[in-house]
Write a protein that binds this ligand. Structure first.
Ligand code: ZN
Length: 133
């Protein structure tokens, strides 16, 4: 893994949260993107070299809405940039990690993504992402 690509924060009401984070960061999201497959609306902030992703579930059975019901709003995942997501998933599987996605899928921000199950990582949901060249 190369670096932390972004940190994802689950929010119940993006409009309210954007007002909060705009004030916190003294900046605005540079990108808003709907990820249809996940039923989630995402908002990205660029803070120096780092990115923060706000995620709002669009349906009650979306993963984000379920997460908020179970755990409340807050940090949802840490995403790591990788050069070869297929190879990295194979490596993690061989190491015994349970993968939520065995094969990468199209995520927000022009990335191929896959998640590693938090039960194998001390409760931290890990996202792998590879820039689509
Ligand atoms: Zn993410």
């Amino acid at each position: 893994m190369n670096k932390i690509e972004h940190i994802g924060i689950a929010v119940a009401d993006a409009k309210k949260s954007i007002a909060i984070f705009n004030g916190l960061f003294n900046s605005q999201p540079y990108k808003q993107e709907l990820v249809e497959s996940e039923q989630v609306e995402t908002y990205f902030y660029q803070i120096g070299p780092n990115k923060i992703e706000l995620l709002q579930g669009l349906t009650e059975d979306s993963a984000i809405a379920k997460f908020i019901t179970k755990k409340g709003e807050g940090i949802h995942h840490i995403a790591f940039a990788v050069d070869d997501i297929v190879a990295e998933l194979a490596r993690l599987k061989a190491e015994g990690f349970q993968l939520i996605h065995e094969t990468p899928k199209k995520g927000a921000d022009n990335k191929l993504i896959a998640f590693v199950h938090p039960k194998d990582t001390n409760g931290v949901l890990i996202e792998l992402c590879q820039e689509i060249g």
